[in-house]
Design a binder for this molecule. Structure first.
Ligand SMILES: O=C(O)CCC(=O)C(=O)O
Ligand SMILES: [Fe+2]
Length: 221
């Protein structure tokens, strides 16, 4: 078994996806939470050319639940796409969505896993929606190599994809709605799609507050 403090090494070894094998979130509770949010607050769609992709913030910079979604402009360096984002380390203000007991429970479980959540969002891809190939820009304030993903709703066509270069073989994985928290590499080019059916993840950047938590390799390049 590997441990959270080994995240850098695991990245250097070419690991693409990890999971926390010892803790399961309550998926039914997360679905109920998502249903309430979706029916109460309009979804924010970022101003990038990703079709059917948007969501709601639980932890953001200003504390607005739309914050962190509007300013998602992409830019290019040397032919590679980067998502332009504001500094994540300040994105720890609770939004009104965080008042829900399900959100409180979620944060408690994150802490029990040794994670301090930073920018945390509910991300929804509509049927036939996608988020284009991109790399998330490095940020010294937190571990930008990995991002936590918790699946709320998914389907067989919902895929997370990685490639080392635009010419390289594409590796893909359908993250299951099994209640386990996954860590996905975001410093390599990646994209997501859902060809048929909605896909909802809770996605969180984080700092490590306890590196002893065991993690398991799910996929390596
Ligand atoms: O799966 C998602 O909604 C977002 C994927 C992504 O680009 C990321 O986590 O950085
Ligand atoms: Fe990304």
């Amino acid at each position: 078994m590997r441990h959270l403090w080994e995240l850098k090494t695991l990245g250097d070894e070419g690991v693409l996806l990890l999971r926390f094998p010892e803790t399961q979130f309550d998926v039914q509770e997360l679905i109920r939470f998502y249903d309430k949010i979706r029916d109460t607050y309009p979804k924010t769609i970022p101003e990038v050319e990703n079709a059917g992709y948007g969501g709601w913030a639980l932890l953001s910079d200003s504390g607005d639940y739309r914050d962190g979604w509007q300013q998602g402009k992409a830019y290019e360096i040397g032919g590679r796409r980067f998502e332009k984002l504001t500094a994540h380390d300040t994105q720890t203000t609770l939004t009104e969505l965080s008042q829900y007991p399900e959100a409180q429970n979620l944060f408690r479980t994150f802490h029990s896993l040794g994670l301090k959540p930073i920018r945390t969002r509910i991300a929804e891809i509509q049927s036939e929606g996608k988020l284009n190939w991109h790399i998330d820009p490095p940020d010294p304030a937190f571990n930008v190599r990995w991002r936590a993903h918790l699946v709320v709703i998914t389907n067989d066509t919902a895929k997370f994809k990685w490639r080392l270069t635009p010419e390289a073989e594409v590796r893909e994985f359908s993250l299951p709605a099994d209640g386990y928290l996954y860590l996905a590499r975001i410093d390599l080019e990646h994209c997501v799609e859902s060809k048929e059916g909605v896909r909802v993840h809770i996605i969180s950047d984080f700092n490590i507050i306890d590196g002893e938590t065991p993690v398991e390799v799910v996929l390596a390049s």
